[in-house]
Design a protein around this ligand. Structure first.
Ligand SMILES: [Zn+2]
Length: 413
């Protein structure tokens, strides 16, 4: 063996301490008191050890631009328009520098897998795609990045966008996405994206049903097309804030319908909270779909970051643990089991949404670990406990020191 990680608590059985043996970047043994030698050992000291976090939905190439965008005017954030107004000025070097900073924050916070949503259109061309593809190669030592290309500015109303989507797929984009609410014909965009996904044999991950009212909900069309194209388990939708506005009598059957169609849901707590309820000045709605209820109804769910330091979300640090904490706080999740479910939406459930093979702490899988300063998943979420170390394929990629208190009267003044 090359490495033994000792005294680890795994999320599904945190009461037992185990040792994890690693050889050639893969997990080869998991058991208590592993008798073996290795040139490297790491004592996890009873800390929680999970497989790397899966950041299922993030926009690297438009992060860190808030300082160059026009300020908000009134209650309407006009986020898409404010980004669109500066997009033409993005140079390859500029995109690379900003995206790299954001990616490094994600890695420091434990992400070892990522689905980067990248917009392509005549304004930005393939510059964002090229930069993120470049970063994916440069940071393969720390994280596996797959790219989902999508038309942020519209598809049916944006001539020249579709050939760019197709070119990006030809150059290695793994999925195709959508943003129908910014299209003059949302239903036509959704249909066309399914046709393109079918033609190019790729999965789909759409921005869907961001809105402050129950209707018009595009999810019904997406469920029907998912079944028509036999893409169950290969379609995800992000945001779904409309779900939070629906009465129970409408929501319950719809959640069952989403589960039955095999459509997965990603909630983006920072953006959804920031953008929701802009039609209100008091009693402002939260607009977060309740992922715990969705998961209980059988829907595969993940929580993700989405945007950092841009008009959609002018804050952020790349911490998925913080997203789970935010979701728990805003959707009033109080039980350990509820918080464990949210932790799974950063790890195992998120990996299922991404259809990742070989994910998780099990023999034969890549030795990707996050060592968290906590003993249980629920403590991690409730107390925002930080990652202390991250490993990718058996190699240490991140170290974070624990804070030390210095009370007076101990040692030298
Ligand atoms: Zn997004």
């Amino acid at each position: 063996m090359d490495l033994i990680l000792r005294n680890a608590r795994l999320p599904h059985a945190p009461e037992t301490l185990v040792d994890i043996g690693v050889k050639s970047g893969k997990i080869v043994a998991i058991r208590p008191n592993l008798v073996a030698d290795a040139p490297q050992t790491h004592d996890a000291g009873g800390c929680l050890v999970c497989a790397g976090f899966c950041e299922t939905h993030i926009h690297l190439e438009k992060s860190r631009i808030i300082d160059r965008c026009a300020p908000e005017q009134g209650r309407n954030p006009m986020a898409m328009q404010r980004v669109s107004a500066v997009k033409h000025s993005f140079t390859p070097e500029d995109i690379l520098a900003r995206a790299q900073k954001t990616l490094e924050r994600c890695i420091e916070n434990g992400a070892t897998r990522m689905r980067a949503h990248v917009e392509v259109d005549p304004l930005i061309g393939l510059r964002g795609f090229d930069a993120v593809q470049h970063l994916a190669r440069d940071y393969a030592w720390a994280i596996d990045i797959e790219i989902c290309v999508f038309p942020q500015e519209g598809l049916t109303n944006s001539p020249g966008t579709e050939p760019l989507l197709i070119e990006a797929l030809r150059r290695g984009a793994k999925l195709i996405g959508a943003a129908p609410s910014f299209d003059t014909d949302p239903a036509a965009q959704i249909r066309r994206i399914f046709e393109l996904a079918h033609a190019h044999s790729v999965d789909i991950d759409m921005h869907l049903d961001s809105g402050d009212t129950p209707d018009p909900a595009d999810i019904h069309q997406v469920c029907a097309l998912t079944e028509q194209y036999k893409l169950q388990g290969r379609v995800a939708v992000g945001h779904m804030t409309r779900l939070s506005t629906m009465p129970q009598a409408t929501l319950d059957p719809l959640m069952r319908r989403i589960a039955e169609a095999g459509v997965a849901v990603t909630v983006l707590p920072a953006t959804d909270l920031f953008m929701s309820g802009r039609d209100q000045t008091e009693n402002i709605r939260r607009g977060l779909a309740d992922v715990n209820r969705l998961a209980a109804a059988g829907v595969t769910c993940s929580l993700a970051t989405n945007n950092i330091l841009n008009p959609f979300t002018p804050m952020g640090d790349g911490s998925l643990i913080r997203m789970a904490n935010l979701q728990a706080n805003c959707c009033q999740v109080s039980t350990p089991s509820g918080m464990r479910a949210l932790f799974a939406m950063l790890t195992t459930d998120a990996a299922r949404l991404m259809n990742l093979p070989n994910y998780g702490i099990a023999p034969g899988n890549p030795a990707d670990f996050v060592i968290i300063d906590a003993t249980t998943p629920e403590q991690t979420v409730a107390e925002l406990r930080p990652p202390l170390a991250v490993y990718k394929s058996g190699r240490r990629t991140v170290t974070r020191a624990r804070p030390i208190l210095h009370p007076p009267g101990i040692g030298k003044p």
